[in-house]
Design a protein around this ligand. Structure first.
Ligand code: U2P
Length: 266
């Protein structure tokens, strides 16, 4: 029933190997992970462009961007889709410039939302994760504000630059140096996810009162991470050539939505 789905989650929006508390009551979470994406790694696979895709901006993105603020459990699982909400872009008007700048989708396709719908990347994140963030975060605007505040307060791109770890093509850094630089500047150990030796994602973790803490780096985390996402001892922060929007790379299909977003369909 819908009530059961709301209380226990459906797992519908879950991707691939994700462990779930699905089927069990979703108890209060233990800590937050602020998940950040490295556009250089993701955008180098972009083949088609659309207006919402951050990879398609005329200037390449050389900073981490936000993926989401995720409530997590200490055992390596997490709650998801904890209650029904209807994503309302209008509530985010004051944050729209910051969302566009710091939290772009790096894909063109629309994202799944919790209960069989589809919508913008932001709708996916707030429905899947924001609804499980009580008692710290209770509603949409608060969810996005909290994530953007943390992102700006703990600027990972700057922390790494201070340790001379910079965007580059070809240059490799010791994974241990990257971790130590973040530990030193942030005050907690990050989680780093790689794709073929390039940083794909970096997560910073926070207690429920939003203080830095260590992410799970033990077997609890690695058991849920596919081998191909483990980082080797030397890693890179690559850049990419943006695909400049032209008629042949851009296909704009207005969605039946009132939020003014456009999606690429293939
Ligand atoms: O790691 C693959 C996907 O699993 C989801 N995930 C991962 C770790 C975690 O602590 N919480 C979590 O939800 C993410 O799914 P998404 O938010 O992208 O749907 C992540 O991409």
């Amino acid at each position: 029933s819908l009530v059961a789905a709301g209380l226990f989650g459906t797992g519908l929006a879950r991707s691939s190997v994700a462990p779930a508390a699905v089927g069990k009551e979703q108890r209060e979470f233990d800590y937050f992970a602020l998940a950040l994406q490295w556009p250089g790694t993701i955008c180098s696979s972009t083949r088609h462009c659309c207006a919402v895709n951050g990879c398609c901006r005329s200037e390449a993105l050389h900073t981490f961007t936000i993926h989401g603020l995720w409530p997590d459990y200490d055992d390596g699982t997490w709650p998801s889709c904890c209650r029904h909400t209807s994503f309302d872009m209008d509530k985010l008007t004051p944050l729209k410039p910051a969302l566009d700048k710091y939290w772009p989708s790096l894909y063109c396709s629309s994202s799944s939302t919790c209960f069989s719908g589809r919508g913008p990347f932001w709708a996916h994140e707030v429905e899947k994760h924001g609804t499980c963030s009580a008692p710290v975060v209770h509603e949409e605007l608060q969810y996005f504000t909290a994530a953007i505040d943390l992102y700006l307060k703990y600027n990972v791109t700057e922390m790494l630059a201070t340790g001379d770890i910079l965007v580059s093509n070809g240059k490799e850094y010791a994974l241990s140096d990257v971790i130590d630089t973040i530990k030193h500047a942030f005050g907690g150990s990050p989680q780093i996810i790689c794709k073929k030796g390039s940083v794909e994602e970096l997560r910073l973790c926070f207690t429920k009162d939003l203080k830095p803490r260590d992410c799970l780096t033990t077997s609890a985390m690695y058991k849920n991470l596919s081998k191909s996402k483990h980082c080797p001892k030397k890693i890179s922060l690559p850049t990419y050539d943006p695909i400049v929007l032209t008629n042949s790379t851009l296909e704009i299909v207005p969605e039946a939505s009132d939020n003014g977003l456009y999606f690429y369909t293939s």
